[in-house]
Design a protein around this ligand. Sequence first.
Ligand code: ADP
Length: 699
Amino acid sequence: MGKSVSVVEELLSALPTVRPQLYFKTSLTALSHAMEDQVLAGSDRPLVIASFQQERFYRQEAHRYQQIAAITDQVYVLSGAGTSFENQPQPYETIAFDDEDALTQEWHLVVLGDYYSACLVCRERQPIAALSRSPGIALDQIRRFEGLWTQDRAITQQAAQLLLARIQDYRSELADKLTKTRDRFLADITSPDVTKFDADPFAQRLVTYLQAGQYKLLKAYKAISDQERRERLVNSITSAMRRSMDPDEIFEIAVHELSQAIQPSRCLIYRCKEDLTAVKIQHEARQPQIDPAQTNLTQTNAAQTNAPQTNNTQVKSLLNQSWPIQTNPLFQQVRTQLGSLVIADTQTPQDNLEASPQALQPWTEPWQIRAWLIVPLVYQERLLGMVELHQCGEPHPWSDHDVALVEAIATQLGVALIQADAYANLEDLNQQLEALERTRSNLIAITGHELRTPLSTIQVCLESLATEPDMPVELQQIMLTSALEDAERMRKLVQDFLTLSRLESGRIEWTLESLSLQECIDLALSSIRAKHSNGEVPTLKSCLAAHMPLVRVDGEWLVEVLTKLLDNACKFTPATGQITLSSLVHSGDPLMVEVIIADTGRGIEPNRLETVFDRFYQEEGALRRTTGGTGLGLAISRQIITGLGGKIWATSAGKDQGSEFHFTLPAVEASVLSHAQTKPPALKAAAGQLRQTAAAKNR
Ligand code: ADP
């Protein structure tokens, strides 16, 4: 037989009734070790032939064969030739076979003693493809072999015969020794006296090795299930990200999924910027109780050290609480290193932690944080937020798996935040573009209509003045006045138009201050009185509610709205009528103030109550009006009030029934009132300007 013929095939063709079986590598390892241990434990001096596929497999077992060689001089070890494996006689016969020999694919162990015989003759098969791709399974665990393992003496003798022939092929100088071996072990085919055989070592060892194999298997299962758990979690967050662009929704899902997967006492996810002093916790998941077993331990320790006992087993909630971050040394360390911090015990100094346990006390003590895992949400070296896991009660060594899982989630959440920001910016840009587009088309409409008409009037007047030098002086005066009036109207229109386009494009930076409403009203009233100082105006009455809270507004813009509404009321109310300013406080969260400007003038039809806020809406055409105005005042007022966080609307019982204009503004809680006693600079400037305008008008 040639060297490249498989020993397994040779044996099986000699035993047509025997069917080969499939063995995983772990089973063969267990069987081989049990067979070797049986030799080491027995009183026999058996023939032992072992064939290893490669030298490195033999190396792992060499010491056992040295022990076996101390028991019997009939030991033959075959292996693929290697750097230190070669043919030699000491302490047992080693036989190095060629690279092309079929033995490179085979695993044999033959033990043939007086009382005990067993053989394992196997050939390697391809590993199961589906398993070899599974993460967490070591390649070794899926190696398979085909062949047979038996304690049948006749088969063992046959296997020994084949292997001895193979040995003689390589080591012809051993011919005499091999003949003696054959004579001693292969001539007698009678069954040995089994009563002299103690199978205990074999069985015991086999069980031990199988147990070890099972343990490895369990570890592999755990690795797979950890991997699966991680993938499931990452998937659920990725699909939440696909469903929603809202980081709050994604954070809420992530905090609960993480809490379920790792089961810390408390899990927090929050957005943060580097310069924030504290964040409000809006996403938290926690276990209802600190692990009772751990609490008992803590309490026993506390009792021993005479420390005050706590029976508080609840994990306290941080939801809606302000969580100080700027003073938190742990947060600051994570912020600087932009990497995770894993703390198994906050009460003992840790190598990876710059701060001492005492420095962390303001956080660890009130919130019972014993172990802390903090992972930053980072995008391009920019801190976007944090994931925090707290373990209350006892120290907790966070596993590498858990840390890797939280880090994987944090990466996803960072991407979600960036996506959401980009989307919001895009929406914002779109809105601004739409507003600009609207403004642009309006500008065209206006130049076409509103501006061209007064311009033709001006042109006609000036042309007449130029071409008719002998025009009567009174007529010249009328022409000039009308040209000047239309020029003034055009100036106002352009000014209002620019204001509106600034407001609509969102380019206004509001300077919010806590202001007294009465002061703003007084400024608006002075402005109106200055404007109408020459003509008759309706009676103006201001009766604000007592103890009005301050309003949180941009003073200049609020005065602008009040002036416009009062101006309208003056325009559309006869001099005999009345204009009343009043106010209401809407308690609630947020606290709001409502201002009402009511007049007894011409009123507004019910179907026009909303339309009056449209740009360029005027009940009669601008040119037919004696009251002046651009038709942009209410549109500007709505933009301002909305920008300040309020609402504006009109009510009226109908024609000649008077009108009421209402608007709301955010107010400052009474508790903060005392802080805003001084008149803010913007309002002071506005007041100064108004006084100057009034003085100029009076001159
Ligand atoms: P205008 O410059 O024409 O006053 P506004 O936008 O301020 O432009 O007002 C739009 C229109 O709403 C006015 O032309 C008028 O028809 C109606 N309006 C505004 N205020 C009142 C009021 N107090 N009483 C009756 N109608 C009003």
